[in-house]
Every structure is written in C-alpha cells, then in structure tokens.
Design a protein around this ligand. Sequence first.
Ligand SMILES: *Cc1c(COP(=O)(O)O)cnc(C)c1O
Length: 224
Amino acid sequence: MITKEQAITNLDNLITKVEFARLQVSDHHIVQVVAVSKYSTQEEVEILYQAGQRAFGENKVQDLKNKSIALDKHPISWHFIGTLQKNKINNLIDLNPTLMHSLDSFELAQELNKKLEAKGKKMNCLLQVNSAKEDAKSGVSANDAVEIYSMIIKECPNIVLKGVMSIGAHSTDTSDIKKSFDITKAIFDKCDGAKICSMGMSNDYTLAISCGSNMIRVGSALFK
Ligand SMILES: *Cc1c(COP(=O)(O)O)cnc(C)c1O
C-alpha cells in the first residue's frame, strides 16, 4: 500500500512535470489531472485525497460505485473511463459521474441518451476516438469522429458533449504515439464547442500535453 509520504512525492513529481509541459504550450494552457484508481484500493484513494488530489477515475461501474460510496464524505469528482456495457448504463447514471470519457459509438450514445431521458438527467461525456487505429482499442474511427460528434449533439440532448478522449498508440516509437495524439487534437479542434481533450497516461502524459491535451488520466505513476 502506498504511504502518505509516497503519495505526496508522486503528486509533487507529477505536478512539476505537468507544469513544465504545459508552460511549453502556453501560460494559459491549464491541464486537469484525473488519478486513475482502477488498480488501487479505497484506502489508497483516501491517501492520495489527503495529499491533495480531488479527481479520480475508474473503468468499471461497480468499482466506481463501491469507492464513491465508501468515500462519499469527501468532495471527490469521479470520472468513468472504461467501456460501458449496455446493462450497466442505468447504474452509471445513478452514480452521477462528473465526466464519462468513453462514449465509443453513436449507438451507445443513443442508448445512454434514452436512459438519461427516462430518468430526467444529463451526463457530461467525451467521445472516445481510436486515433491509433488499434483493434484492441475502443472508440470511433478518426475519419468518422467529427461527424459522429455533431450527430450526438443534434440527436442526443441529454448527453452534454464536452470534448474527446483518446488512448495514445501502443508503441515504443515516440513518433507513433505523437501521431495518434496529433490526430486526436486535430479532431478536437474541429468539434463544435469541444472544451476537453483527454489524452495522456503515466507513460506519455508530457508528450500528450505538448500535443494539446488539457486532461490527463494517470494511474501507475501516482499509485506506485
Ligand atoms: C488504466 C487507464 C489509464 C491509466 O493508465 P496508467 O498507465 O496506469 O497511467 C488511463 N486511461 C484509461 C482509459 C485507462 O484504462
């Protein structure tokens, strides 16, 4: 289990690197950090919370539920970052996540919209783009992304689209990863009203920020 001292060190190191990377982009480029707690316990989330972190992300609805209920005395904003199965949509809606990063098809958007409407609710979401064109990754294709983004705005009024999310190319070649981030950023720039570009994880967040990311999702680098 992570110690309090380690949590503070990890956060300090992360913030220092994020600061350096974001200032290369612009003084006004602000980057939000979502701590991905999917491999961590509720106690470890509590420790990182005490060290100052306020936004956490989970990739399973049940884990999001368990941890958010256990820690509900704290003002934590919870993000959902995983593949959403249709039979879990209502459970996710009931948890009122701050942001859902992983809207990965128009069909899922329609389904989610229908269930939000039935409950009289809205949800902030990001459209997930498979910019690296990898079979193992979810998301709409880069070619269709801008069109699907505007279709969701038009046809899914209970979904509040805030921007795009992408996972960098799974590669040891930095130029492949950069290319996938550049593709995502270009899509982000074309999407009407998009504010959030969620890209960058423990191994590639500084590169993602230099490519224009303004929200990073960091797990192992914070909880190690
Ligand atoms: C696990 C996960 C992360 C965090 O990964 P790390 O490499 O541990 O930082 C970020 N985004 C998504 C979608 C994830 O599933």
